[in-house]
Design a protein around this ligand. Structure first.
Ligand code: IMP
Ligand code: MG
Length: 188
């Protein structure tokens, strides 16, 4: 299994290690366990990017928890948010009267999450908060209140721990920056 410890050849630099992510996820889960004690928590994950974070976070939250997922598309295969959010998969259940925690992988322009907030708010949850593992410093085009933030990262395109470039690299256990050549290569 030695090869598992090697850095992927397309990665120029590891920004946040698997261990650092693990520690942060544990810290967030502890905060959430305190914050939601006595309330029924519904985690809404934003697919696909948040799947890994959601799975790790949920395992460490020491409360009864329900799950739902939405799938949205905001980037296509480009590395810049278009601001146009398409809902590819809606919630399975109503969220009216529920304590909803929106679990997101990364906030860049903030356009995706603010669209989702407005969309979910209209369904009248008892409460609605955001937990995002990463957010890019100084990139937000809209004011956002991220109640449960993880890491602030520089405004560079990153992959790993659920995050992709053209559907690749999601399974890397760390967050890394791609080598320029990885963008120019045809991903298909
Ligand atoms: P925003 O709408 O600009 O905030 O972009 C948010 C969405 O774009 C996230 O849910 C991610 O799926 C994706 N995204 C933003 N930045 C990155 C990145 O650096 N790498 C991979 N995906 C990203
Ligand atoms: Mg994505």
């Amino acid at each position: 299994m030695d090869h598992m410890n090697e850095v992927h050849p397309d990665i120029a630099e590891i920004l946040i290690s698997a261990e650092e992510i693990e520690d942060k996820v544990a810290e967030l889960a502890k905060t959430l366990t305190e914050a939601y004690r006595g309330r029924d928590l519904l985690l809404v994950g934003v697919l696909k990017g948040a799947f890994m974070f959601m799975a790790d976070l949920a395992r460490s939250i020491q409360l009864p928890t329900e799950f739902d997922f939405m799938a949205v598309s905001s980037y296509g295969s480009s590395t810049k948010s278009s601001g146009v959010v398409r809902i590819l998969k809606d919630l399975d259940y109503e969220i009216t009267g529920k304590h909803v925690l929106l679990v997101e992988d990364i906030i860049d322009s903030g356009l995706t999450i603010s669209y989702l907030l407005r969309y979910l708010e209209a369904r009248e949850p008892a409460s609605l908060e955001i937990c995002s593992l990463f957010w890019k410093k100084g990139q937000q085009a809209v004011p956002l209140n991220v109640r449960y933030p993880g890491f602030e990262i520089p405004p560079v395109f990153v992959v790993g721990y659920g995050l992709d470039y053209a559907e690749r690299y999601r399974n890397l256990p760390y967050i890394g920056v791609l080598k320029p050549a990885a963008y120019t290569a045809d991903p298909s």
